[in-house]
Each structure stands twice: as structure tokens, then as C-alpha cells.
Design a protein around this ligand. Structure first.
Ligand SMILES: O=c1ccn([C@@H]2O[C@H](COP(=O)(O)O)[C@@H](O)[C@H]2O)c(=O)[nH]1
Length: 276
């Protein structure tokens, strides 16, 4: 999916909601466990219930890898089920020496390798340019680089000063020499909304993937007021608050309700941005 197609989806749906598919068999409604593939059955219902309000879906790969071969099968079926109009994100947080990153990129981008062809993958920047480049070798695919993450441990390294900058700023600035905003996004936690104005100064056009609203307590309003751009520029993720809104037979209805609440709020922030 291109930058302008993503931006058009945001306008069309009046939403920049990314639904995180962090599907844990221990948390899904018990009655689904008798299904041949409970994780896929759950994801299918969640996607059907939320597609009207979401522009992106983000399976977190850990939840699938933890299930072994069955998990990979659920992941592949889930990716195939995500509507073409929606942006898909493999939240895999990969990155290694180039030789190895190349295989990670093949795994998530080349359908002929592992059966998966995500639009994008999250990548850790710690090993530098040659660990990221193999992901950028795939035309039309996106790298979403961890910049300022939502967890408290982000202070350990990402907030450390190096010269005039903090490390996350250096990551954002340097990575922009590797690819343009049409191929490169950054992860910025919703819990870090205070830093968003500063981040927008150094990355005015890049989309930001923003996890941390809902279960982690980040404010959608703060993120939106500081992070929105003319193209939208945000994908705000919510996983647990949508997926596990109910553990009963009404789980999909409740998920839809939660997604709709977030979309309604987003529509308001988009309208406010246009008026600025
Ligand atoms: O900084 C980060 C980077 C990634 N995540 C991931 O996003 C979702 C958040 O889930 P919630 O249930 O909405 O809290 C999850 O997959 C994380 O691994 C993040 O939270 N923060």
C-alpha cells in the first residue's frame, strides 16, 4: 500500500485506527477452543466486526510464534483475511546482521518464502543501517522503526542524551537518510505524547505507529492533537482494549463497539485538524 493510498483510507474511513491482533488462546472466549483453529476463528470475527472502523491490522508475531506451527498457520490465514484496503503490520521487531535480516525480510514480505506478504514490519534500529536495509530492498514494503517505545524501559537507552540529542531523536534523524516517508514509519508510544511535537519537528511527514492507548493508558486526544498531519500521519493501535472487551459470546459486538468509539473520537480530531 502506498503513502497516498493509506492517507486516502484515513480520509475515507475518518479513522487512523490500527487493531492489534494480539490473540492469546488463554484469553479468547472458552467456547471457541473447540474450533479447529480457535485463533483464526477469533481473528476472523474481530476483523469482520472492526473493518468498518480500522485502516490497519497489526498481528503481534509473538502471539503466533508461541503457538508453534499452528500459530504460523493461524497467522497466515489471518493475514489472508485482512481486507486489501487495510494496511497490514507484522509486529515482529526484527533486525540482525544484513545476511540474517535478509531472511527475516523474506519471511514477512515474500509470499513465496513463508506464505506471508505483509505491507510492513516493525524493526529494531539498534544494529544500524545494514540491519535495516534488507527490509527496504522490497519495493512497496514499509519499515516501521522503533523510535520511542511505550514502555517504562524506553528511558534506559532511548531517552539517553548523545550530544544535543536524545538517542530516539538520532534514530529518527539518521533513518530518514535511509528511506523517505513513503517507506519509513516510526513507532512512538502513546504514553510518550509529550514528545510528539518535538518528533513532528524532525519527522514532519512520516507516519507514526502509536501503540499504548487503551490498556496502557495513553491519551488518544494528546497523541492526535500533536501527531496528526495533513496526510493523517498516524496509525494508533489498540489491542487488548478491543480484543478482550468481552470474554463471552458477544466478544465481537463488544470489540466493534470499542473500535467505533475510537473511530468516532478520531473523526473529531481529523475534523479539528482540518479547521486549523
Ligand atoms: O512501544 C511499543 C511497541 C509495540 N507495542 C505493541 O503494541 C501492542 C499494544 O497492545 P495493547 O494491548 O493495546 O497495550 C502490543 O502488541 C505491544 O507489543 C507496544 O505496546 N509499545
Amino acid at each position: 500500500m502506498t503513502y497516498s493510498e493509506l492517507s486516502e483510507q484515513i480520509v475515507q474511513k475518518q479513522s487512523y485506527l490500527c487493531v492489534g491482533l494480539d490473540t492469546d488462546p488463554r484469553k479468547i472466549p472458552k467456547y471457541l477452543l473447540t474450533e479447529p483453529d480457535p485463533v483464526f476463528t477469533f481473528n476472523k470475527a474481530i476483523i469482520d466486526a472492526t473493518a468498518e472502523f480500522a485502516v490497519a491490522y497489526k498481528p503481534n508475531i509473538a502471539f503466533y510464534e508461541a503457538q508453534g506451527p499452528r500459530g504460523w498457520e493461524s497467522l497466515q490465514k489471518t493475514l489472508d483475511y485482512i481486507p486489501d484496503a487495510c494496511f497490514s503490520i507484522a509486529d515482529a521487531k526484527r533486525g540482525d546482521i544484513g545476511n540474517t535480516s535478509d531472511l527475516y525480510a523474506r519471511t514477512f514480505f515474500d509470499a513465496e518464502a513463508a506464505g506471508l506478504s505483509f505491507d510492513s514490519i516493525t524493526v529494531a534500529p539498534y544494529m544500524g543501517h545494514d540491519s535495516v536495509m534488507p527490509f527496504l530492498a522490497y519495493d512497496g514494503k514499509w519499515v516501521i522503526l522503533l523510535a520511542l517505545t511505550s514502555n517504562v524501559g524506553s528511558a534506559d537507552f532511548q531517552r539517553q542524551s548523545i550530544g544535543e540529542q536524545e538517542l530516539f531523536e538520532k534514530v529518527i534523524e539518521t533513518a530518514q537518510t535511509w528511506a523517505g516517508p513513503d517507506r519509513l514509519m516510526f513507532v512512538v508510544g502513546a504514553t510518550q505524547a509529550d514528545e510528539l511535537s518535538r518528533i513532528r519537528e524532525i519527522a514532519p511527514d512520516n507516519f507514526l505507529l502509536v501503540p499504548g492507548v487503551g490498556a496502557q493508558g495513553g491519551s488518544l486526544e494528546d497523541v492526535s492533537r500533536r501527531g496528526l498531519t495533513a496526510a493523517g500521519g498516524l496509525l494508533v493501535n489498540a489491542s487488548r482494549s478491543i480484543l478482550y472487551a468481552s470474554d463471552g459470546t458477544d466478544f465481537a459486538d463488544k470489540a466493534r463497539h470499542e473500535a467505533k468509539i475510537l473511530q468516532r473520537e478520531m473523526a473529531q480530531y481529523l475534523a479539528d485538524y482540518q479547521k486549523k
